[in-house]
Structures are given as structure tokens and as C-alpha cells.
Design a binder for this molecule. Sequence first.
Ligand SMILES: [Zn+2]
Length: 119
Amino acid sequence: MRCETCGAPAVLLQNACVFCRTPVPDSHAPGDLLDYLSGRLPSARVKRFGLGRRGPVRQLKLLVGEEPFEARIRQGRLVLTPDLPPARWVDRLLGALSAAAARDADLRSDLSRAGWKLR
Ligand SMILES: [Zn+2]
């Protein structure tokens, strides 16, 4: 399931899309979150499944300011650093990205292209 407004995998916080804050009726954390994030955050370091490293993303790492963020798939499960539920993790990531974007024009344009609402 995807957010109809910004096309993100539907990760909900208080019944709204955590990326663009559009209200969304249903809730589950999707496996393609990592692919979605890696497509919109060129500065993230990514490892992929599969030969030639062209498969789905299995690990994504990003240092935002001083704060490390990591998301990876282990045994079919999403493992997040910091250790938070997916919506809280994305919300914290977007909060950190928003703060960093104040000093970084490239990041600011990545975020506005993604359609995410800055915190
Ligand atoms: Zn959205």
C-alpha cells in the first residue's frame, strides 16, 4: 500500500503519512521502504540483494548531521537504528534531515523533490 499523495510506502504516524502528512486510513510497515528511501536520498550508502547488486536494497546507511541512521532487512524483518517503530524512525530521520537541510541546498532540493514535508 502506498500514500496516494506522495507515492511513499504507507508508513503512518498518527494515521497520517509520515512523509507528507496526508491522512491515510490503514497501517502496516512495508518492505519496500528501503528502496523508496534510497531512490530519494542520493547521499545514503546502500547494499543490495542479488547478483550484480541490482536487487532490492537490503541495507541503507545515512549520517545526518552527527546522527547515524540505518535500516536493513534481516531474515525478512526490518531492523532500524535508532531502534524505533518504522513511523517513529522515519519521523526522526525527516526531523534530522530538515535540520540539516537548513545548511545544505542540495539536500533541500532532494527533500522537496521527494515531496516530503520538512519538520
Ligand atoms: Zn505521503
